[in-house]
Design a protein around this ligand. Sequence first.
Ligand SMILES: *Cc1c(COP(=O)(O)O)cnc(C)c1O
Length: 426
Amino acid sequence: MPTTSNHPQSSTDALAALGALPSAAVTSTALTERYASALLGVFGTPQRVLVRGSGCHVWDADGRQYLDLLGGIAVNTLGHAHPLLTSVISSQLATLGHVSNFFTSPAQISLAERLLEISAAPGGSKVFFTNSGTEANEAALKLARRNAGTADKPRTKVIALENAFHGRSLGALSLTWKKAYREPFEPLPGNVEWVPAGDIEALRAAVDESVQAVFIEPIQGEAGVRELDVDYLRAARAITHQAGALLIFDEVQTGMGRTGQYFASAPVLPDVMTLAKGLGGGFPIGAMLTFGHRTSDLLNPGDHGTTFGGNPVATAAALATIHVIDKEQLLSHVAETGQWLREELSAITGISQVRGRGLLIAFDLDKPIAAQVVSAGLDAGFIINTTGPATIRLAPPLVITRDQLTTFIDKLPALIGQGLLTHKEN
Ligand SMILES: *Cc1c(COP(=O)(O)O)cnc(C)c1O
């Protein structure tokens, strides 16, 4: 069991009294039943009830330990309950928790400056804070609408890539490729066209002076970690520049060190970049970065807003996360560990392809047994995730060690074997 010394007894008592901690008498089964009767069914049945985390491990309501190789879907940058992150969040909350955006706070200003610094932003660049990835893309989509062209030459279209995922709110959804996500909710805003990912000529043909913006994930995460090479990103930069369209990189999943650099698209500089997942190390926060004066000037007072976005606690959490990434030199750790992990995975029988960069990794299995392997993994104490019938995704905390990953690599052949068995039985 992990140490509880950093949790004062009184505060865990308070959590228990509020029903936020399990008591010995409450089983996972009972909690899952309560979930099913109280929570909207959009996520299906939760795989486990988790009650505690520390470093790269989490524990469920029955006391079982798991190595977290998903990191809350590329969110828990520093693992769980990182001491600096938790202390910064509590101190900021105890000092100043929320103010409206009629006011600002030092944390908000410092984070905006820090983000512009690590993104090598040119003069005139600005930041807008949100609470999530989809909201960051909504802001980007509104900004794109302001790249409206002229009365006789209006810009009316947005280009996105096949297999893109940009979020679930209506604007971001209108950019998302999967018909099953989109069609039940039509009509959606936007006049969106999709082009095949990675095809420079298709992009060139689609982007003319009627285009407001092009949205690109430098690595398509939900599509199964499909990387767009730097030549494609450079070509996209040149093509959009020529046509006067905005180039928008969605780095919600790939940003903040996940790939071994702060941003997967570097050194290509877009006009707009959106961030979220890993930014707050687990605390909800998103951001839209607008590069240069021309882009930043597209949204003016009154054009957009948010109640919670950029609040002192969330921005302090992100400052702490960036501080630890720098201080513990996590970028090089992620690059090296990821490279090593991909080599280890490639040597395992039953795996046909390994993709990704840094610690955003997917591998394809020879057979469509990903769901069975995830379930065998859970039973063996590993949290992993599928992005398709034969594809497993890993996005562990950036602080994960080779020793921890080795426990998974050692077990993986058996998990694949079990997956094959259950697949055949059904
Ligand atoms: C997760 C994700 C989003 C949506 O972020 P939410 O915080 O879930 O709204 C958008 N774009 C990409 C690339 C993502 O991976």
